[in-house]
Write a protein that binds this ligand. Structure first.
Ligand code: GUN
Length: 284
């Protein structure tokens, strides 16, 4: 059996079109253009590609967007001052500080400086708490995109066994919370989990977000499972690959997301949706 491919590019395109239509209506009816500010500190090549794609997506959807490329030796005070200026800027509804930051900057301190109502990444402790208690203001873009993919692929979650591999604040922890709230029984594995395969083989829904290429192999997948690969890695051959061995896993899984063309495009689509909703919410 070969797995059904869950196509993130197509779904993301339709969500981006919807975001563009809602943005046009907001502009027509209220004279408001959703605005996103993206801050990139330093010149990490992968981060540069990600932020450019985010800004480009905003432009295509008719949003206002600002990309601030800041030097790697910027002080924390200088970065906090930029965040505070954007908090006070009425043309900006969403602020995104691209992670990781250079080591001398505390991502925690910087994220906490973003006004929670502009924290379109959903990383502020206030937004993490709102998500945990089931009243999210902003859902972090990557896990939000995964939930949309599961919904569009009509994957049943109530009572399902879901296993999330990788427990980051950006993906794994909010992902586990969303699956739990959808009625799944959730196991959250981390880099210290013993006998990882014993967990992954139980999963009806397996979400992998470890940043380790090919870490989950076909023999670790339950036959018929839905496999969501959040990883974006550059392989030795220079090609993009995920955290799952796609060729092996697709022979066992019932459905699987590819890399590229899976979760990646969804992250950007959900950023647009979060920014749009921040702008809509501000109208009251
Ligand atoms: N780095 C990797 N993923 C993300 C993300 O979703 N948001 C931000 N701000 N940085 C990231």
């Amino acid at each position: 059996m070969t797995a059904r491919i869950i196509n993130g590019t197509e779904l993301a395109r339709s969500l981006r079109t919807q975001a563009a239509e809602r943005a046009a209506a907001l502009l027509k009816e209220h004279g408001v253009r959703p605005g996103l500010a993206v801050l990139l500190v330093g010149a990490d090549p992968a981060s540069q590609v990600y932020v450019r794609n985010k800004v480009k997506a905003c432009e295509e959807a008719g949003f206002h967007s600002v990309l601030e490329q800041l030097p790697a030796d910027l002080t924390e005070e200088q970065l906090l001052a930029r965040v505070q200026a954007l908090n006070a800027d009425d043309s900006i509804h969403g602020i995104l500080v691209q992670l990781p930051l250079p080591k001398h900057l505390s991502s925690h301190t910087v994220i906490e400086a973003i006004a929670p109502e502009k924290d379109v990444d959903g990383f502020h402790v206030s937004n993490a708490g709102m998500l945990m208690t089931g009243q999210p203001l902003f859902i972090p873009c990557t896990p939000y995109g995964v939930m949309k993919m599961l919904e569009s692929a009509e994957v049943p979650l109530r009572g399902a066994e879901a296993v999330v591999v990788g427990a980051s604040n950006i993906v794994g922890k909010p992902m586990a919370m969303l699956l739990l709230q959808a009625g799944a029984t959730v196991t959250l594995c981390n880099s210290k989990t013993r006998e990882l395969a014993a967990y992954t083989r139980r999963a009806d829904v397996l979400v992998v977000a470890t940043g380790k290429p090919g870490m989950v192999t076909g023999d670790m997948v339950k036959p018929g499972a839905v496999v969501i690969d959040v990883g974006i890695n550059r392989g030795a051959d220079g090609k993009l690959c995920g955290d799952v061995d796609f060729a092996g896993a697709k022979e066992v899984a019932g459905a699987i997301t590819p890399v590229p063309g899976g979760v990646g495009p969804m992250t950007i689509a959900m950023l647009l949706i979060n920014t749009l909703e921040a702008a809509e919410r501000k109208l009251g």
